[in-house]
Every structure is written in structure tokens, then in C-alpha cells.
Design a protein around this ligand. Structure first.
Ligand SMILES: *Cc1c(COP(=O)(O)O)cnc(C)c1O
Length: 402
């Protein structure tokens, strides 16, 4: 295919086209009249709390809320973010210099490499990984060194398997626990080893903590900034999208090392003029509410119940999957299936066929990198009744193929 005139080469490097493919499969399934149960995209299906919606609407009615947000200090939101970090993780942060507000953490993830690296630099990324990680490097002309996350290592990267050369030339290492798509959780000992290794090689550790409020069975995901001295070597992304069901509001923040925070703030000052002030007001209320009501059920509670219901139903159908300790995702190793056709057996083909036959949308693991082959990611973003129905359909699909 010849390159269209008004389309950069860069766009073709934005990573996986599989999400677009899944969307196309879904469309054709819809057109064929199938009842679709969409467990594809991880967008929370619940609204923010009433107090958050009230704050947003009241602020939207005020006349002084419509200037470019950047004309104000934006300090109140960052102060509340700092208070919440103290409350939730016992981490002390200076709101003025150690926090930058973002239009969702995706905004920061997309721009971080551009702010910290020069073209030709290197960054260590997880495989599988959340798609914006590789896309942001492509935008910045930065090279990725991929670290496999495998079951035998509890889905942690093998830090010793990364060569000293790769450690030495990397600007930063990016990790994400609780993990999307794998749902694995990290412990403090891992973060300590990671920080020690990074310090030894002068590498910044970037941690994406989008699922801090979605731990199950009493698991409280930790911040890497809890490790003493981490602030010298690490930054962490936080998102109100999953934690407070505010995905559509587009608000999050980066916290940690001053230098890295300042670099991202400087780049963003040239790109956007900040988060809409009513959204910042709503975000303040979400954080305040969480601080004032530690007994309030966290966003994860709902997904924990759904996980139990769904995994039990799938197990009854003959497909047993280990229960994740966090996030809204099930990372499911595909059962062995026999194909009548000569088609190659892979997660992409199986996801497509399953959608065509059952109307259940899942994401093939390879959408997140080569290490995802053999898995699918199932997002628990429909209610229990629909999840039970999905499990039933998946069960008969698997038996039909077995
Ligand atoms: C959802 C998600 C994000 C993006 O969150 P926003 O704050 O809505 O931009 C970032 N990282 C991971 C791993 C996610 O799953």
C-alpha cells in the first residue's frame, strides 16, 4: 500500500492494530444481529459518587471556571493529591514541585518519553504492556528494550536478565502493578530490588499505578514511593479514572522525583492549558471523600464480586483460571482447543471466532505484545447477570471447539 500523503509514517508505529481489528469484528457481529457482551475495553461502567457529580455540576455553573486552567496555579488539586498520597500510602510530597496534574495518566504516559528522552535513547518496557507505553516511545523516536513478564517469574521482569549495557543506556524503566493486562501485584521487596538496580545504573523508575484502589481479598496495592529514598529515583502515575470512576473526566497526576515532574510539566505547558477547572474541583471532592471515609467501599469491591461470580461460572463450564488479586481484568490462559480448519491456533483467531459465534468480546493477549500470545484479557465491565451469560456462552464455545 502506498503511504497516503497526509498521514505520517509515525502513525503506523503506534503499536497494535488489534484493537481496531476487535472493533471491526464487533461491528460485523452487531450487524449480524448478535447480542454483544463487550468485555473488551477496560472502561469502568459505574458513575462517580453523587458528591463528585454534584461538585462537577456546581463548579460548571460558576462563571469563573471558564478561563484556561493554566492561568491559575492549579495548586488546590495538587495539594489534595498530596494529602491523599499521605493518607493512602504515608508518602510525603511537595504539591508545588513533586506533583503535576494531567489530563488523565494517559496524557502523561504519552508525553513522558518526549519530556525525558532524546531521539535514539532507550527505555525498558514490559511485554505484555499497556499499549500507550510503546506508542509513546514511537512518538518520541525512542527505542524500546522489552522485558518479558512470564508466569514462572510471577509476571515480574527478571531484573538480572537485563544486560548491564541495556541498564546503562536506558533513561527510564516503566512498570505497572497491579498490572494491566496481567493483573499481577508487586510486593515491597520487588520495588526495593528494582530501585536498587535502577540507582546503580542511573535509571529513573516510572511506575503506573492506575489500579491502586482495585485490590481484592484485602490486598492494598502499594506505591513505589513508599520505599524510603524512592523519590530520588522514581515517579508514579495516578489516575482518578479507575479509582473514582472518573474515566470520562480526564484527570490524573504524576508524583515523585522533582526533575522528572518538572520536565513533564514544562512539555505540557507547551501543549495544553490544563485540566478543566470544574473537573479539578470534582477530583478534589473525590480525594477528600476517600480521605474522610476510609470505610467507604473502594472501586475494587464491585470487581471483586464480579470476579468471583464470573470465575466460578467459567470453572463450572470447565475452564479454570487463577483468581487475580487486583484490577478489573482476568488474564486467561486459553485452554487447548482443536480446530477443524487448518487455521493457525492463536489468541487472535480464537477471540475472533468466539466473538463471531457467541457475541462475547475479549481482547487477544497479543494486542499487548508478543508475550501475550496464548492468553486473552477479559474486562469485568458488565453486571453479574451478563457475566454469567458470557461464561455460559464461552463454555459452549470451548466445548464446541474441543
Ligand atoms: C486505564 C489505564 C490508564 C489510563 O488512565 P487515564 O488516567 O484514564 O488516562 C493508564 N495506565 C493503565 C495501566 C490503565 O489501565
Amino acid at each position: 500500500m502506498t503511504q497516503p500523503k497526509w498521514r505520517s509514517e509515525r502513525l503506523s508505529q503506534l503499536g497494535s492494530s488489534i484493537f481496531a481489528e476487535v472493533a471491526a469484528w464487533k461491528l460485523s457481529a452487531l450487524e449480524s444481529g448478535l447480542d454483544i457482551i463487550d468485555l473488551g475495553i477496560g472502561s469502568p461502567d459505574q458513575p462517580p459518587s453523587p458528591a463528585v457529580r454534584q461538585a462537577l455540576s456546581e463548579a460548571a455553573l460558576r462563571a469563573d471556571m471558564y478561563a484556561y486552567p493554566a492561568t491559575k496555579s492549579g495548586l488546590p488539586f495538587r495539594q489534595h493529591a498530596a494529602k491523599w498520597m499521605k493518607h493512602r500510602f504515608d508518602v510525603e510530597l511537595d504539591p508545588a514541585s513533586e506533583i503535576v496534574t494531567l489530563l488523565g495518566s494517559q496524557d502523561g504516559l504519552a508525553h513522558l518519553a518526549m519530556a525525558l528522552c532524546d531521539p535514539g535513547d532507550t527505555v525498558l518496557l514490559p511485554n505484555p504492556g499497556y499499549p500507550i507505553y510503546t506508542a509513546s516511545l514511537a512518538l518520541a523516536g525512542v527505542e524500546a528494550v522489552l522485558m518479558p513478564l512470564r508466569e514462572e517469574n510471577d509476571y515480574m521482569p527478571d531484573l538480572e536478565a537485563i544486560s548491564d549495557t541495556d541498564w546503562d543506556r536506558a533513561t527510564f524503566i516503566l512498570l505497572n502493578y497491579p498490572n494491566n493486562p496481567i493483573s499481577a501485584v508487586a510486593d515491597p521487596a520487588f520495588f526495593e530490588r528494582l530501585l536498587a538496580k535502577a540507582r546503580q545504573h542511573g535509571v529513573l523508575v516510572v511506575h503506573d499505578l492506575a489500579y491502586s484502589e482495585m485490590g481484592f481479598d484485602g490486598c492494598e496495592p502499594i506505591s513505589i514511593l513508599e520505599v524510603p529514598g524512592a523519590i530520588d529515583q522514581a515517579v508514579e502515575f495516578h489516575s482518578l479514572s479507575k479509582s473514582f470512576n472518573m474515566a470520562g473526566c480526564r484527570i490524573g497526576f504524576l508524583a515523585g522525583n522533582k526533575e522528572a515532574v518538572a520536565a513533564l510539566r514544562e512539555l505540557k505547558a507547551n501543549i495544553d492549558y490544563g485540566v478543566f477547572d470544574p473537573v479539578q474541583e470534582a477530583g478534589i471532592v473525590a480525594l477528600e471523600e476517600a480521605i474522610a471515609n476510609p470505610e467507604m467501599p473502594k472501586a475494587g469491591k464491585l470487581y471483586e464480586q464480579r470476579r468471583d461470580v464470573f470465575l466460578q461460572a467459567l470453572s463450572d463450564e470447565g475452564w479454570s483460571i487463577a483468581a487475580p488479586k487486583a484490577t478489573m481484568f482476568i488474564w486467561a490462559k486459553l485452554p487447548p482447543m482443536q480446530w477443524s480448519q487448518d487455521e493457525p491456533w492463536n489468541s487472535r483467531r480464537i477471540s475472533q471466532e468466539m466473538l463471531r459465534q457467541t457475541g462475547v468480546v475479549v481482547v487477544p493477549g497479543e494486542a499487548f505484545g508478543t508475550e501475550g500470545e496464548g492468553y486473552v484479557r477479559i474486562a469485568l465491565v458488565e453486571n453479574e447477570e451478563r457475566l454469567l451469560e458470557a461464561a455460559k456462552r464461552i463454555g459452549s464455545f470451548i466445548r464446541g471447539q474441543g
